[in-house]
Design a protein around this ligand. Structure first.
Ligand code: NAD
Ligand code: MG
Length: 371
């Protein structure tokens, strides 16, 4: 079945350049696009939720192009980004006789993409991989940019590699089965791109978010625009030596909340932490006199309209004390001489990296927010 309308977003990274394709029903014709990379075999890595829905379609599409296809299924959930799962996936990829010219295909959300991408980076000292992201978050964020890895008992994403995919196929129809809460969580990252440096895109989101959720053409547009935004940052700063840090807008507060809620998805998922974090970053910027109050209010109003949390009080089971929040932030970002680096904003679409933010001013702000 030919896809109705497909957008291509190039990621021009020299000899690691690749394309992101965005559109409905790409999965059915995935085999042809993947076969064009010139492999003879592919190991499809997926999770226990996504596999039963989509893996067989992808495997059939690959087989029609003459590729051998094996399916490796891991449990769903963040706990799968582990050393144990890495071993399982690496051995399964070897068992599937994936040679240097062959492929690993990640079919799933960010968990599968990070794990399978890392396995691809290390198996046989590196084989190519393809991302077929199936969550909104992975379509707009984690499948683009080449960060792969697993978690350690010392923290999230601490063991990994930069390994760019050879191709990204973002089939927006796959999001039709995504739970609403996961859809919202990914949407917080979409809004983030507007808030970083694209006020017109934020305004577009305010007008079109319902179509994004409902799966209209707006969804494809939001995914493609987000991929363009992320790709532009990644091309400027592939290894996060500079302004790739802008992508952390909302994440300093967000990560602290995830830490406090112990990464229990029943209490908070990443995108919910980001939604609250975006609102806090804007209100903090406003309280420092950097950003109009009206912009902070607009950010909150939009995220709230989509059903995302925007306030510390909305964290299920509580957000901890101000000291706990500051401690959690200090673990995430290095505190140098009583100061933190934040991503702040002079307004919607006007974010910047702000080093040297005094911990005391963060404390004063959080004390107001928590009451
Ligand atoms: P996820 O992979 O856990 O997926 C969320 C849930 O949705 C899972 O239960 C999954 O099985 C299910 N699911 C996925 N697709 C589905 C579909 N189409 N239909 C029904 N159910 C579906 O979570 P995520 O939010 O996609 O990714 C989070 C991970 O991404 C985190 O580990 C985070 O560290 C990582 N991440 C990585 C980067 C990067 O640059 N590499 C960036 C952001 C986040
Ligand atoms: Mg994020």
């Amino acid at each position: 079945m030919p896809a109705a309308s497909i957008t291509t977003v190039p990621v021009p990274l020299g000899d690691r350049a690749y394309d992101i394709f965005v559109g409905r029903d790409l999965l059915h014709e995935a085999g042809a696009r993947i076969a064009a990379l010139g492999a003879r075999a592919a190991a499809i890595v997926t999770d226990a939720h996504v596999g039963p829905l989509y893996a067989e379609t992808l495997a059939q599409s690959l087989k029609q192009q003459g590729l051998r296809a094996a399916i490796v299924t891991v449990p769903a959930g963040e706990a799968t980004k582990s050393y144990a799962s890495l071993e399982t996936v690496c051995d399964a990829v070897l068992e599937a006789k994936i040679e240097r010219g062959d492929l690993v295909v990640a079919l799933g959300g960010g968990v599968v993409g990070d794990l399978a991408g890392f396995a691809a980076a290390v198996v046989r000292r590196g084989v190519r991989f393809v991302q077929v992201p199936t969550t909104l978050l992975s379509q707009v964020d984690s499948s683009v940019g080449g960060k792969t890895g697993i978690n350690s008992r010392h923290g999230k994403n601490l063991v990994g590699a930069f390994h760019q995919p050879s191709l990204v196929l973002a089939d927006t129809a796959l999001l039709d089965t995504l739970p609403l809460r996961e859809m919202r969580a990914g949407y917080a990252e979409v809004v983030k791109y507007g808030l970083i440096d694209d006020a017109a895109f934020f305004a577009w989101c305010e007008k079109n978010w319902q179509g994004v959720f409902a799966g209209g053409p707006e969804r494809d547009e939001a995914v493609a625009q987000s991929c363009r935004a992320k790709a532009a940052v990644v091309v400027r700063d592939e290894r996060e030596d500079g302004d790739r840090a802008l992508l952390n807008l909302g994440h300093t507060f967000g990560h602290a909340l995830e830490r406090i809620t112990r990464y229990e998805s029943a209490r908070l998922v990443h995108g919910e932490g980001v939604a609250i974090g975006l609102c806090l970053a804007f209100r903090f910027s406003a309280s420092l006199g950097l950003c109009p109050e009206a912009d902070a209010a607009r950010v909150e109003a939009h995220l709230a309209a989509t059903g995302l949390p925007t306030r510390l009080a909305q964290v299920s089971g509580g957000c901890g004390t101000v000291d706990e929040l500051l401690d959690a932030m200090a673990q995430d970002k290095k505190v140098k001489g009583g100061a933190l680096t934040f991503i702040l904003a002079r307004g919607i679409g006007k974010s910047f990296i702000a080093p040297g933010i005094a911990v005391d001013s963060v404390r004063a702000f959080l004390e107001k927010e928590i009451n």
